[in-house]
Design a protein around this ligand. Structure first.
Ligand code: SF4
Ligand code: SF4
Length: 174
């Protein structure tokens, strides 16, 4: 049976959704994190790893986040590929300052709907997965709000043609 707090159960087994991921940042994410950590040097512009290029359930995602050179803005990672914001006690960021893709995880979504719970997350295996997410203060209504904000920020950046402007200053290609 899963630990009452599933994310702790995940961490105890050496897994977490904060490892081995490329976490896409909107400009809004960058601003919110900057306010929180007081510096800019937390992101980079890099190529997606091969696994990221599989469109899986949403072929519209990659065209929204990749620039014409096939690069995107992501959180920096440590040498072990853990997220640069991950500490021994979990994410250093308060929930509302985390990247929107993190706030939404483990919901799976497209621009128009929430389509389920990511099957790489143990919560998806529970019969009452949505109730667990409610208890974690991540109810569907909130997820829909994050989903809307995420796509609004992605579209705004794309429309303003800032997505591909690596005047993202502190972000450094690796
Ligand atoms: S959200 Fe899911 S995959 Fe991520 S740490 Fe929690 S239980 Fe594990
Ligand atoms: S920002 Fe926080 S929640 Fe998101 S991957 Fe990094 S450590 Fe995990």
């Amino acid at each position: 049976m899963m630990n009452d707090i599933p994310c702790i159960a995940c961490a105890l087994t050496g897994g977490s959704c904060c490892l081995n991921r490329q976490i896409v940042l909107t400009l809004g994410d960058v601003q919110r994190i900057n306010v929180c950590v007081g510096q800019h040097d937390f992101f980079t512009i890099e190529k997606p790893e091969p696994w990221y290029l599989d469109p899986f359930y949403d072929p519209a995602w990659l065209p929204l986040v990749l620039n014409p050179e096939g690069l995107f803005r992501v959180l920096k990672r440590n040498s072990d590929k853990s997220c640069g914001m991950l500490t021994k006690t979990g994410c250093v960021l308060p929930f509302e300052s985390r990247p929107l893709v993190c706030q939404l995880h483990p919901y799976m979504y497209t621009e128009t709907e929430i389509i389920g719970i990511d099957d790489t997350c143990p919560i998806s295996k529970e019969k009452d997965g949505l109730t667990i997410l409610d208890k974690l203060n991540m109810p569907m209504e909130k997820a829909i709000g994050w989903q809307h904000l995420l796509y609004n920020e992605l579209h705004t950046e794309r429309n303003e043609k800032t997505l591909f402007n690596n005047s993202d200053q502190a972000g450094k290609r690796t």
